[in-house]
Ligand binder design. Sequence first.
Ligand SMILES: Nc1ncnc2c1ncn2[C@@H]1O[C@H](COP(=O)(O)OP(=O)(O)OP(=O)(O)O)[C@@H](O)[C@H]1O
Ligand SMILES: O=C(O)C1=C[C@@H](O)[C@@H](O)[C@H](O)C1
Ligand SMILES: [Mg+2]
Length: 170
Amino acid sequence: MKNLYLIGFMGAGKSTIARALAKKCPSKRIEMDQLIEEQQGMAITDIFAAHGENYFRDLETELLRSFSESTGYVVSCGGGSVLRDENAALMKENGCIVFLRATPETIYERVKDSTNRPILNGNMNVEYIRELMEKRRPRYEAVADICVDTDGKDVDAISEEILKAVEDRS
Ligand SMILES: Nc1ncnc2c1ncn2[C@@H]1O[C@H](COP(=O)(O)OP(=O)(O)OP(=O)(O)O)[C@@H](O)[C@H]1O
Ligand SMILES: O=C(O)C1=C[C@@H](O)[C@@H](O)[C@H](O)C1
Ligand SMILES: [Mg+2]
């Protein structure tokens, strides 16, 4: 199996769906955010605060490079990782990119109580989420091989939809 790269806005369900997919098909799971936190020994919020966003984006590129030639991974990508051309190219090289879509209202409901998403810290409201999402959506859609709407669907239904779409492409 080629790698499956789950992309999308914060709270779109990348980590949740990656866990479900890893149970349904023989694959290894990579949580980009978590791996970076472990490698740096720091929370993402602290990495942003201490070194800035660009430094974090470099870490994402380095991590994607490190397994881009391996196969069989389901990768829960950092929400902004695909914004860099180099990162999108690394994902395309050896994998299928799945965009998990959700409305700003749904995203807000899913992330409103969290404090570990530095991009949203101090901006936790539907209007900000909508504004940033509108900036990013064209990019997510342009690089994706498969787009899945997640509003009102449970995790099992979304995972099955992804597996079917992947199979249809092969
Ligand atoms: N289809 C769904 N239906 C209902 N709740 C969901 C669904 N998918 C995810 N959630 C919930 O939304 C929250 C955010 O999900 P998750 O952490 O998987 O998003 P993410 O895309 O990995 O976010 P991040 O980019 O910040 O890592 C979690 O509490 C999760 O349980
Ligand atoms: O959308 C983003 O830019 C981010 C999403 C998270 O997954 C983390 O990678 C980080 O908080 C940045
Ligand atoms: Mg996640």
